[in-house]
Ligand binder design. Structure first.
Ligand code: C5P
Length: 401
């Protein structure tokens, strides 16, 4: 739980008073909690209590009334490692199931990339109504986790099913979920990410469109699962969302090679996601090259070292190496050929022909090939989900060794 980012969504039901205890349990266990509440929830518990307990202002509106600052549900959705909606009223459950985004909590839910846990709380008749059952089934079919309501005395003083699960039980559900996802605990993972820049002179370079998003998504996901993560990063504009990731900044392919070789000596898993420039200028001019009077300019380029192949050549028996292939034609053959040539255990193919895959996008469409001759295709997913698929595949291969 320590260091985990949790969105605690609170909707307008009597059980909202228990959300303060749940929040306290998360904070005590070292989690960072952002409370998002519906306007109705404020009738049941005050934002002051919740912001004091979480140490963060509560988010409830799309805009701050005072400053006009926009609260980005998209950023929140990306920040979270888990979202818990407790209590979830019949009305909010219906909105979530049907995408009725009329408040900040539902928009955050719709933007959340992390696993979502829903703890319903309502009166017994509402709980038993077929519409509630249908909506909960729908939410479950989206992959959301339902933390079942309990039987007991309800706010109406009637006795039946509808009491929100106790905060301790909700906390334990989250804790065991995070524990079950600690499958990289104790593993050292090194990831190369981003482009390389090959200097021409002090103000110019040869580069490419890589943004580092895929490599950083893998780094974040590996850190969430307990790995000790180092990213050898080319020049990028992004940062990891997890705090416990070591970043080694490099610029050129040669620098990336040196940093990667140094970091991978004792690594368990190496993921080569960087788009390394294939060639670099043979000489870097010491001062800015002036425009010549001629219409042409020749630049002599020399081949850069192949980092993946170098790590592959030095691979130890227990190491697992993963490369990426971005191909335009003969995709599968080229990808498998690269895996063999570079002595990799797995290669992830993303084809430039597929819209939504490749440089700069937030989604990716991949096919994974492993050295045992098997392959698996995946549908178009967010880079975060793709990162999880890649790590699942790595863990599975390692367990079969
Ligand atoms: O560029 P290429 O298609 O050969 O890239 C395949 C894999 O090799 C990728 O995982 C890439 O990160 C890695 N690579 C590298 N060093 C290079 C070229 C590619 O590590 N110089």
């Amino acid at each position: 739980m320590k260091g985990k980012h949790i969105i605690l969504g609170i909707t307008g039901g009597i059980a909202a008073y228990k959300s303060a205890s749940l929040l306290r349990l998360f904070v005590k266990a070292g989690a960072e909690v952002q409370v998002v509440m519906t306007p109705n929830a404020k009738e049941f518990i005050t934002p002051v209590t919740l912001s004091a307990l979480s140490g963060k202002p509560v988010v409830s509106e799309f805009f701050s009334a005072n400053t006009g600052e926009w609260h980005s549900h998209v950023d929140l959705g990306l920040w979270a490692d888990a979202m818990v909606i407790a209590p979830a009223t019949a009305s909010s459950i219906a909105k979530m199931a049907n995408g009725v985004a009329d408040n900040m909590l539902i928009t955050t839910y719709l933007s959340a990339k992390a696993p979502v846990f829903i703890a319903p709380a309502m009166d017994l008749d509402m709980m038993a109504h077929p519409s509630t059952t249908r909506n909960l089934n729908l939410l479950q079919s989206y992959g959301n986790h339902i933390i079942e309501a309990e039987c007991g005395v309800l706010a109406s003083h009637l006795i039946g099913k509808g009491r929100m699960a106790e905060p301790e039980q909700i906390f334990e559900t989250l804790q065991s979920f995070f524990n079950s996802r600690s499958d990289l605990q104790g593993k050292k993972v090194v990831i190369t990410a981003g482009p390389t820049h090959e200097a021409i002179d002090p103000v110019r370079f040869i580069g490419n469109y890589s943004t580092g998003k895929m490599g950083y998504a893998i780094a974040d996901e590996a850190a969430r699962r307990g790995a000790d993560v180092t990213v050898i990063s080319g020049p990028v504009a992004i940062k990891p969302s997890q705090s416990n990731i070591k970043i080694v900044d490099v610029t050129s392919a040669r620098q990336m090679l040196d940093a990667t070789m140094a970091a991978t000596a004792d690594a368990d898993i190496v993921v080569l996601a960087a788009a390394v420039a294939d060639y670099a200028p043979a000489q870097v001019a010491q001062s800015k090259i002036k425009r010549e009077k001629t219409d042409e300019m020749n630049l002599l380029l020399v081949r850069n070292p192949d980092i993946a192949a170098s790590v592959g050549a030095a691979k130890t028996a227990n190491q697992f190496l993963v490369g990426f292939a971005l191909e335009t034609d003969h995709e599968r053959d080229n990808a498998v050929g690269k895996m063999k040539r570079k002595n990799l255990d797995m290669i992830v193919l993303n084809s430039l022909r597929n819209p939504g895959a490749g440089f700069g996008t937030d989604t990716n469409l991949i096919e994974i090939f492993t050295s045992d001759g098997n392959s698996q295709s995946y549908p178009l997913k967010s880079k975060r989900e793709v990162a999880a698929d890649i790590l699942d595949a790595i863990v599975k291969q390692i367990s079969m060794r």
